[in-house]
Write a protein that binds this ligand. Sequence first.
Ligand code: SAH
Length: 348
Amino acid sequence: MPYLTDPDDLGSLLPGEPRFRADQLREWLYDSPVLDASSMTNLPRIIRDRIADTLWPFSVEAEQVADDGRTVKWLFRAPDGAAIEAVLMGYDRRVTLCISSQAGCAMACTFCATGQFGFERHLSAGEITAQVAYAKAYITEHPLPDSPQRVTNVVYMGMGEPLANYTNVRESLRRIIDVMDMAARSVTVSTVGVLPGIERLTEEPWQVGLALSLHATDDRLRETLVPLNRRYPIDDLIEAVAEYRRRKGRRVSLEWTLMDGVNDTELEALRLASIALELDAHVNVIALNPTPLSPDRPPSAMAAREFVEIVAAEGANVTLRETRGQDIDAACGQLRIRQAGEPTGVPG
Ligand code: SAH
């Protein structure tokens, strides 16, 4: 199980082989990953054969392509049956990979499809990192049209709450940044507000991006959407995020899933703008992707634009995100894109 093995301990998979074989394997896993062990050309056939069946810690159950080939979504399946989803999204100047940190999620946000299905288990560091390696291998063999030919950004915005799986997420960050050599600044951890996790991440050596999924500016409203808010209320989260911003010296983002008649009022827009200004944060607004178990609906395209205009008129930095992969949505309500710096799209 190469990706489940600590990258510093790959020699344990190659008993009796000289040390440089482990270094070669490490390059094939992390520097220039390949989809199939048979492509690891400088390794002896017998080693390739030995790792062929266990190269990936999951099988590919489904691969869906949308947006004229610029969006690819995978449903991976671990041997124990756990589902792992990842989405690759190509843009003119970057390619963002959205990865999962848990199978299912225990946070139970009312509007989120993953939350509605409950928690299955944490993903291991190897399972998290392998999603990045798989996408890197895929894009080498199948370039996305009109986009860079490499994964430029990684966001922990797939299934699960990364900061509720801290130890494994931390180790995956180490592998992605220190072993794969991705720039920490191109990696973003998104959290619903696990306060102790934000504080721990603040102490880590990497300048990774932090996104707080805010969705409401009032504790009473936020509690109805995000149960965890009862434990870690908004003011405490804002303080922790402000500290993160100070210590890392980089802008944080606030995620706002817009729901018709719930959090799309003028008052919420004004208060969101004032929080964003206080934090010097970038606001990403996205229209709700409706899920089967929630009655909530997205606002009209015009209402969404108006909301964003109010936030912008206050002087805050805000982007209305386009929703990707509408036609391959299937089971996943939340795999969406929220990176700063893309042209504003209109949902729907
Ligand atoms: N647990 C983390 C990361 C996973 S969710 C977090 O909450 O940030 C990634 C993003 O998708 C979050 O901003 C979340 O609020 C948003 N999201 C979840 N369900 C959604 C839906 N149905 N429509 C639009 N965005 C959704």
